[in-house]
Design a protein. Structure first.
Length: 300
């Protein structure tokens, strides 16, 4: 991790110093995430999410975290086994996760980056729409539901299916069963623009798209906090999810420039210009490259 050692708020609202990333552990986490994304088998989103978190929590044992979640799934399956009606089964999943286990949406500190780290969400029982959906998804699958993430603009919910019936669930809001109209309302409340809703959103997203959205959430949170070192680390992983993404290549170059890495920034910004020669910001990016070359020349 680049840049100064940051500080993070603790549970009481104070601050505590975050241990710098161990390079060896970071490299392992990055390698494991890359292997998950490159695999020919369906992406294991839970493992991918935990390897993302491992860069922030280098002492974390991914196997232990998976075992913890597996235990929750096993207990949830026991709670629903006597129910055959899909609504009754789903209500038992909801009751287990939110009433018994105490999971809830973090409305008090929605922009806390910890809400994006699955291990922290499981430990603190609170998170954002996406990470709570990941937990709910695993519990519902243990209860024999087919589950798919639904990436609405500004919000994330789930689509569950069993015995031919489709049900939408909002894990951030206590596991409420919602309708298509509710999904449209969620988009309007989250973004202020109901027109962003498209019915195709309800078809669901891939595991890779969920991982990408998790990283994009973190990127925006870190940029808003001016934590450019962590933002760069996230962009590097976004390029594992979507190699050749010109926006992320450009942003990687801008972040490298901001962090005093002109040579690396020039390489990425020139790659962006080559890949997106008709982009609306080409002239400004060219100007940045000229400036960086001058700075690099002066430094030498």
């Amino acid at each position: 991790m680049r840049g100064r050692t940051p500080r993070k708020r603790d549970e009481t609202g104070g601050s505590r110093e975050v241990r710098p990333i161990w390079p060896r552990r970071r490299n392992e986490a990055r390698h494991r995430l890359a292997r998950q994304l490159e695999g020919k088998t369906p992406l294991d989103v839970i493992q991918a999410a935990l390897w993302i978190a491992c860069e922030e929590y280098p002492e974390m044992d991914v196997k232990v975290e998976i075992k913890t979640l597996t235990g929750l799934c096993r207990e949830c399956a026991k709670r629903v086994e006597r129910h055959s009606n899909p609504f009754a089964r789903l209500d038992r999943v909801r009751g287990f996760m939110f009433d018994d286990m105490g999971f809830h949406g973090n409305v008090e500190d929605y922009d806390d980056p910890r809400n994006s780290f699955l291990n922290d969400v499981i430990a603190r029982r609170t998170g954002n729409p996406l990470t709570l959906s990941l937990v709910y998804q695993e519990l519902a699958r243990a209860a024999d539901f087919e589950v798919r993430g639904v990436g609405l603009p500004g919000h994330f919910v789930l689509r569950t299916e069993r015995n031919g019936r489709t049900i939408y669930v909002d894990p951030f809001n206590g596991g409420d069963v919602i309708t298509e109209d509710d999904c449209r309302d969620l988009v309007e409340r989250s973004t202020g623009r109901a027109s962003l809703f498209r019915r195709r959103h309800l078809d669901g997203v891939t595991g890779r798209a969920m991982v990408g959205r998790m990283l994009l959430n973190l990127k925006h949170l870190y940029l808003n906090r001016s934590d450019y070192g962590r933002a760069l680390s996230v962009v590097e992983r976004l390029l594992l999810v979507s190699p050749g993404n010109t926006r992320e290549i450009r942003d990687k170059g801008f972040l490298e420039a901001h962090l005093g890495m002109p040579a690396e920034a020039i390489v990425d910004l020139e790659a962006y210009l080559h890949l997106a020669p008709r982009a609306p910001d080409v002239d400004s990016v060219k100007g940045r490259v000229v400036w960086l070359r001058r700075k690099l020349s002066e430094a030498n």
